[in-house]
Design a protein around this ligand. Sequence first.
Ligand code: AOF
Ligand code: ZN
Length: 378
Amino acid sequence: MCSWKANSSRDEQFMAEAIDLAYQGRGTTAPNPCVGAVLVDGDQIVARGWHTRYGQLHAERECLAHASKKGVDPTGLTMFVTLEPCNHHGKTPPCTEAIIEAGITKVVIGTRDPNPVAAGGVEKLQSHGIEIVVGVLEQQCKDLIADFLLWQDSHSPFNIIKMAATLDGKIASSAKKPEPVSSPESFARVHDLRGMVGAVVVGGTTFYADNPSLNCRMEQLPPDFIQPFGVVVTSRLPEDPAAHTLLRKRPERTIFMTTEIAAHSEAADRLRSRGTSVWPLPGHPGGLTLSCGFERLRYEKGCHYTLCEGGGRFSMALIQQGLADEIVHFVTPRILGDNTAPAAYSGRKSISMADSVDFRIIKTKTTGSDIMLTLRTK
Ligand code: AOF
Ligand code: ZN
């Protein structure tokens, strides 16, 4: 259950339900936003809908279809929708028309549509005498479409850092063996995320230490499921591709992001001859300019989301380069208490708390014995 549900007013509870529904479309609506809607009669939700997939019905029409299936007459009822109903003819006709035709008399909206092409729903509905309320759980509704805002304003994919750490912020023991840190339930959530993204990205340290597969191992994968790209960011390319699981199992779905020099080496040619991509990235103080590689993942490989699982230094580099759009951080109730064990976020100097990078927690959830925090930068 989402953390903001507690102590909220009735309107907020209905909107929270619409937000939860909307999140079910996350991954498949891209590059459209996730949107959820509920139809309310008095103090009861009588129908539900969400935008399930790019190009398919919008949330409001799904909700009305659900009402019709249940034999519910929407005349005189209130609709709660996380995003301003669209007012344009896109892949589907305007939702405003469906709402007006259905005889709905009040629409409660989480946040206005930032897309100028689709906006204007509020004015259209008002001109038909429909009562409008805007701004219920507005911050949560904006958080819901942060990915959509990013896709509209930049060429970047929406990057999610995944981190699993002990109470003392350690991601492995000092032996740096690939051992599980968090509970099986947290692990399952990570695979849900891998199933949603276009690429799973790690740094060289993780690639060489853990020999990862970077694939999605959810229990029931849909028959048409395509595994995410495995992406390794490293200045050192592997000399023997066959020694690495990722390169043995799916070389054509693997991408190395590396220095200009390494990208023109014999090791790079060996990788390319097996179908693996090797992309040079321009330098950056202390590493590589990651934005260039991520943008290429979006425009060349169609990745709208990436999951970055790359250890402490790589994660901190992403944060410092302004590329961490979300962090999913699992806190596992164990302590190593060892200074030499690798930390969740590292590689940076700070002398006072004023040097910290600050985040907001947008969701908390229990996953087995762990807590899963979803965070965004402030
Ligand atoms: C809504 N409800 O469920 C969604 C909306 O490409 P189209 O025709 O599907 O239109 C996409 C635009 O419509 C999208 O950019 C956003 O502005 C709005 N999305 N609007 O009322 C929905 N998905
Ligand atoms: Zn619409």
